[in-house]
Design a protein around this ligand. Structure first.
Ligand SMILES: [Zn+2]
Length: 441
């Protein structure tokens, strides 16, 4: 194994062994591990805690030459792992059969290690311009407010950047005519809300003695689930669909037809396992998820709450939600309260960093192309896009060397692992991206 790849594999294994399950997080020991590597090499850095135990580490270097600032961003915390379901100890960091095993092997300790290696390469060889920043942060899995969000708000001096390279994209979608690597350029907004329905109590032995709030909530849940907001296909989503169709060998004249309003239902029918993901990129979505009502089996409930997970495309907000729900449910008979609001964010395509990613993919994965993509969930990129107008992309390049089903089972699931050949690919393509970026920027 090449020395720098071995560095990444060893560090990844060590990071997995530091249990940073969030909650509670307790990322400081992992931040210290990274800080030690930086200190050994005399790189300027700071370990900051948003609260006791909630450590993030930030390192930086100035080239002395004018140029853009670029931040390599990753997170130290992981989601819980139920060791009883795993075939190895999830915090062993075991290197076995050509794989590194454990919670965080993909999400996101791989990035912590790969980005650190690439950062050191560029700093030690002085192959960068402007300010190059590295940050491995706390709390991403619980929303990032104690990690990246905290740094953006409290220590912009450390993390403000023109460009951010983060998680959230980079995976390969194999097709019949080559692969497409997806770069996350946008993420949907989160607008969780609660609907409260009121009725009047009664004895349940006489169902008509009261006004049943549970039935009102049920009818609302059905109404919300049985109708979909119309599609609003953002240009980068259209571009992604066309690139994926091209990789599938669909002839050029058919592609715009399939991504037109009329063609979309056909496209979704043909998308198989990917259909739910594609569908959610095309429109605002609403999913009723929690219903709370009723106290006793023999009492007609007079109050019932229905929670809805609503995700909005860029350009939509609270007013759209209120209008849509009112029209759907007939305007009255409920109260709507938002429990969480976080607007969608997006970055432009076609920047020097996007072009650098295209060049890196062309050279590290010949015959493959790059397409922008919008994630339906959020990442820490949103803090930077919002606060600084940063161009932030999700790009942790990974080949699909395991079946898609297996990959999906691993992230936030069981037996999370990454092949050493993929660690190497991730490192090489990341470094190549940065080298190309400094030629273009
Ligand atoms: Zn993650």
């Amino acid at each position: 194994m090449e020395a720098r790849v071995k560095f990444v594999v060893d560090l990844l294994s060590q990071l997995i062994q530091v249990n940073t399950t969030n909650p509670p997080g307790n990322e400081t020991p992992a931040a210290k591990l990274v800080a030690e590597v930086l200190a050994e090499r005399g790189v300027e850095h700071e370990l900051v805690e948003s609260a006791p135990g909630r450590g993030s580490v930030v390192a930086w270097a100035e080239s002395g030459e004018p140029g853009p600032s670029l931040l390599l961003l990753s997170h130290l915390d992981v989601v819980p792992a139920n060791s009883g379901e795993w075939s190895v100890d999830p915090f062993s960091g075991l290197v076995k059969d050509g794989f590194v095993w454990g919670r965080g092997a993909l999400d996101d300790k791989l990035s912590v290690a790969v980005m650190l290696r690439a950062f050191l390469d560029l700093v030690e060889s002085k192959r960068f311009k402007g300010r190059l920043i590295y940050a491995a942060t706390a709390d991403e899995e619980m929303g990032g407010r104690m990690g990246a969000g905290w740094l953006v708000e409290n220590r912009p001096d450390l993390v403000r950047a023109d460009y951010v390279l983060n998680e959230g994209g980079g995976f390969e979608m194999p097709g019949k005519r080559g692969s497409v690597f997806l770069v996350q350029v946008a993420e949907k907004g989160v607008y969780w809300f609660k609907l409260a329905f009121r009725g009047s109590p009664g004895h349940a032995s006489m169902p008509k003695s009261g006004d049943n709030a549970l039935l009102k909530a049920s009818r609302a849940a059905l109404a919300i689930a049985s109708k979909q907001p119309p599609p609003d296909v953002k240009p980068y989503v259209k571009l992604m669909l066309e690139k994926v169709l091209e990789a599938q060998g669909i002839p050029a004249p058919l592609r715009p037809l399939l991504t037109s309003k009329l063609g979309l239902p056909l496209l979704l029918r043909a998308s198989g396992e990917a259909a739910p993901m594609i569908d959610a990129m095309l429109r605002n979505t609403l999913a009723p998820t929690v219903v709370r009502g009723g106290e006793k089996v023999n009492v007609i409930p007079s109050l019932c709450g229905l929670s809805v997970d609503c995700r909005l495309l860029p350009g939509y907000g609270e007013d759209w939600v209120r209008g849509y729900v009112s029209r759907l449910l007939g305007g009255s008979g409920f109260e709507l309260e938002f429990t969480h609001r976080d607007a969608a964010t997006e970055s432009p395509v076609g920047t020097p960093l996007f072009k650098a990613i295209e060049q890196a993919v062309a050279s590290e994965a010949p015959g493959s192309t790059v397409a922008p993509y919008m994630s339906t969930g959020g990442t820490d990129s949103r803090f930077f896009r919002r606060a600084f107008g940063t161009v932030a992309y999700g790009f942790v390049p990974l080949k699909s060397d395991l079946p898609l089903k297996e990959m999906l089972r691993m992230v936030h699931g069981i037996d999370e692992r990454v092949s050493i050949s993929n660690v190497e690919f991730c490192y090489r393509a990341t470094l190549r991206t940065l080298e190309a970026f400094y030629k273009l920027a």
